[in-house]
Design a protein around this ligand. Structure first.
Ligand code: ZN
Length: 449
């Protein structure tokens, strides 16, 4: 179908003097009005065409994809009948809001001659859900504004949308329909996980967990965010994002993570950055005084400070590789000795911590010797990311439930670190197939006499 739209504009400069600012501002104002009229014209013509096809046509093929409705009095059972008659207009106006302008129109109704149901076929044809009052392109704008928190704290409207402000409460209700799925793996070598607490509905504490993978040359790829979900279920979901295993899992060594997420990777890397700090914490729990703890901390930091040579692996002599492995063995033995010492002194918690950490501390070095791949040495990166995430949850400010925190967590992560996936989600959601094309075909002006 084709629609012809005529817009006749009139510009008045009564005293024959106007400056550029006045002209541009007026053009901006009137183009919003023009946008509304164009949208309305296209939708009303589209509707007329649909009604005509449904009520007057005897060619079943021309009705394909139109007039879908559930049987009168039923909520799930589809009616197979495709013969209709006109049934006037709805009494209430339908409001539809897009990015930058909104329209109001009264949808026409048809009556099914099979089941007797009255409904407006244009709404289904426009791919609108019942009660949907905004387009998905506006939803995308609003969701991006929330993800980027580009509105002032305490403000109750999203300012990014300029001339059509959206109240924050409305924006939150809309965004509740945006569920980003768990991402597919890119095949990166490293898996990184962390969890932290967040403030839930008044008085409650929840936990939020983040799983991402990292490439050899850096580059973060979030796989998912979960709230109130145990590591076992998370591991199950993450496992399904790829066929083989990650080379290395980097985490702070929380037992739940090691046990459930550990099997997803060939190696468990203990974060070196945590090592001295967490050993020190175990010693504190064992009642070791501060000055002794500080001395041990220094000792441990020296033990683990083995660096990967700066040269490319191909240029490193095998004798140098052997020397590196020897250094690792020495450090591991020193830690073992320290572990025994702790046991003798009755520092049981610290001894257990060392025993668990010892074999995992140098995984990244051993992996480099084996494969030449340089793993990220610390988990502080993911810790910073998850802390930033919680800060954003707080800034977006909501009465968080687990589901809400998870949803916004995913929105923030994917928007920020995976723009392709973000765009992909919206493209799919908007179901864009270039099915409408509008062009300006004629333009002329003349001065009134
Ligand atoms: Zn019917």
């Amino acid at each position: 179908m084709q629609v012809h739209i005529e817009l006749h504009l009139e510009a008045n400069i009564p005293k024959d003097r106007a400056n550029a600012n006045e002209i541009f501002l007026e053009v901006t104002r009137v183009s919003k009005e023009a946008k509304e009229k164009i949208a309305l014209a296209v939708i009303e013509a589209y509707e007329e065409n649909i009604i005509e096809v449904l009520c007057d046509s005897n060619v079943p093929e021309s009705k394909e994809g139109l007039g879908r409705h559930t049987r009168k009095g039923e909520s799930k059972e589809w009616c197979q009948c495709r013969t209709f008659e006109r049934a006037g207009y709805r009494s209430d106006k339908r409001r539809l809001r897009g990015n930058g302008f909104r329209i109001k129109f009264k949808p026409a109704m048809v009556k099914c001659l099979g089941c007797g149901k009255r409904f407006s076929p244009v709404l289904d044809a426009l791919e609108l859900k019942p009660y949907q009052g905004r387009t998905d392109e506006l939803l995308q704008q609003v969701t991006e504004a929330i993800a980027d928190t580009s509105y002032r704290r305490g403000s109750d409207q999203l300012e990014i949308l300029g001339d059509v402000p959206v109240p924050k409460s409305t924006a939150h209700r809309w965004v509740a329909t945006v569920h980003l799925p768990t991402n597919k793996s890119r095949g990166d070598p490293f898996l990184s996980t962390d969890g932290t607490g967040f403030h839930k509905q008044p008085g409650q504490r929840g936990n939020i967990r983040l799983v991402m993978e990292m490439g050899e040359k850096g580059g973060i790829h979030p796989l998912g965010v979960w709230a109130g979900t145990d590591w076992e279920s998370i591991a199950e979901e993450v496992k399904n994002t790829r066929k083989d295993k990650w080379k290395l899992l980097n985490s702070d060594g929380e037992r739940g993570i090691d046990k459930r997420m550990g099997p997803l990777a060939e190696n468990l890397g203990r974060c070196q950055w945590h090592f001295a700090r967490d050993s020190s914490f175990s010693l504190w729990k064992d009642g070791v005084p501060l000055d002794e703890r500080e001395i041990i901390k220094d000792q441990l930091n020296k033990l683990i400070s083995i660096e990967i040579p700066k040269k490319d692996i191909e240029l490193v002599k095998s004798s140098d590789k052997e020397k590196l492995l020897q250094k690792i063995r020495t450090a591991e033995n020193d830690i073992l000795r320290l572990q025994e010492e702790f046991k003798e002194k009755g520092y049981i918690k610290a001894a257990v911590y060392l025993a668990n950490a010892r074999k995992k501390l140098f995984t990244h070095l051993k992996m480099w010797v084996d494969t030449g791949i340089i793993a990220p040495k610390t988990a502080s990166l993911i810790e910073n990311i998850i802390r930033e995430l919680v800060r954003r949850l707080k800034k977006v400010g909501w009465n968080w439930s687990d589901a809400g925190a998870e949803r916004i967590g995913r929105i923030v992560m994917i928007r920020r670190y995976d723009r392709d996936e973000w765009n992909e989600y919206w493209k799919k959601r908007m179901n864009l197939q270039n099915r409408c094309e509008i062009k300006l075909v004629y333009y002329a002006w003349w001065r009134a006499a």
